[in-house]
Design a protein around this ligand. Structure first.
Ligand code: KIV
Length: 290
């Protein structure tokens, strides 16, 4: 088992051009598999609201839900760099809230870093959390917690003017003390400029090959999330179809009496069944006689 990476190993990966592999996980079993294959980082994303709880957006996710899922992931992946994702309103109100809530991820779920969404407007939060000694990852571009303001789940930075704003956001987040940045749903050229501009690692989801590493949502990669599939997703399996097949076969077997088979049943200790029958007859007899 490879030793868990820290920020300096992640920084070295950027400098040596080795791509970082990042995937979301929300539960124990998925995180176990992620650690087994040796991904570099796991994000316990607030996408859990949509992928696990069936909400229409990430907005309803609470601190308590996020912590609970981080705890499960941490137990399953003790040797992987785990990132907790700060849910909506856990850091937007003020710096004090942001530090206290970020701290809960570290104290209660032993994460290695937290991620929060936004550019220049969240710099004081990033600064406050980093000044309290915690590792922070920024997240710019398509930021789902403000998708209403962005006009939906849409690509960002597609014009020169909006790309310039994104580059300013990226610089500001690095300046505020983040040790890495995630860029979501922007053209590859823009992500490439951001990567070349910043000293810290710049990871992408839907931002092309030039990023220092890639993040994907596990439910998309495995073909479990059914509501919609963003353009940037590549499916590596169709577990949704496999699950439907397996549950249909199970239902059919139960209804037709093909399950359980004798191999699924516990055997009585040799010679005990006749004794049981005899005991039941005596009892029945005693009842009739009485
Ligand atoms: O919550 C999450 O999984 C995320 C990704 C969409 C980047 O923040």
């Amino acid at each position: 088992m490879e030793r868990k990476k820290g920020r300096f190993e992640l920084q070295k990966m950027k400098e040596s051009g080795r791509k970082m592999v990042w995937i979301t996980a929300y539960d124990y079993w998925t995180a176990q598999f992620a650690e087994k294959v040796g991904v570099d980082m796991i994000l316990v994303g607030d996408s859990l609201g949509m992928c696990v709880y069936g909400y229409e957006s990430t907005l309803p996710v609470t601190m308590d839900q996020s912590i609970l899922h981080c705890e499960a992931v941490r137990r399953a992946a003790p040797n992987t760099f785990v990132v907790g994702d700060m849910p909506f309103l856990s850091y937007q109100v003020n710096d004090d809230d942001a530090v206290r809530n970020a701290g809960r991820f570290f104290k209660e779920a032993s994460v290695d870093a937290i991620k929060l969404e936004g550019g220049q407007r969240v710099c004081s939060r990033v600064r406050a959390i980093a000044d309290a000694g915690m590792l922070v990852i920024g997240h710019i571009g398509l930021t789902p917690q403000s998708s209403g303001q962005l006009g939906g789940f849409k690509a960002q930075g597609r014009t020169a003017a909006t790309a310039v704003e994104l580059i300013k956001d990226a610089r500001a987040i690095q300046e505020a003390g983040a040790f890495a940045l995630l860029v979501e749903a922007v053209p590859p050229e823009v992500c490439g400029i951001i990567r070349d501009t910043l000293a810290i690692p710049v990871y992408g989801i839907g931002a092309g090959l030039q990023a220092d590493g890639q993040l994907m949502i596990v439910s998309d990669v495995l073909g479990i999330f059914q509501a919609f599939t963003p353009k940037f997703v590549k499916r590596y399996a169709n577990l949704g179809d496999e699950i439907v097949k397996a549950l249909s076969s199970y239902s059919e077997d139960v209804r037709t009496g093909r399950f359980p088979e004798s191999s699924h049943c516990y055997k009585m200790v040799e010679g005990e069944l006749p004794k049981l029958m005899a005991a039941l007859q005596v009892k029945d007899g005693a009842k009739t006689d009485g």
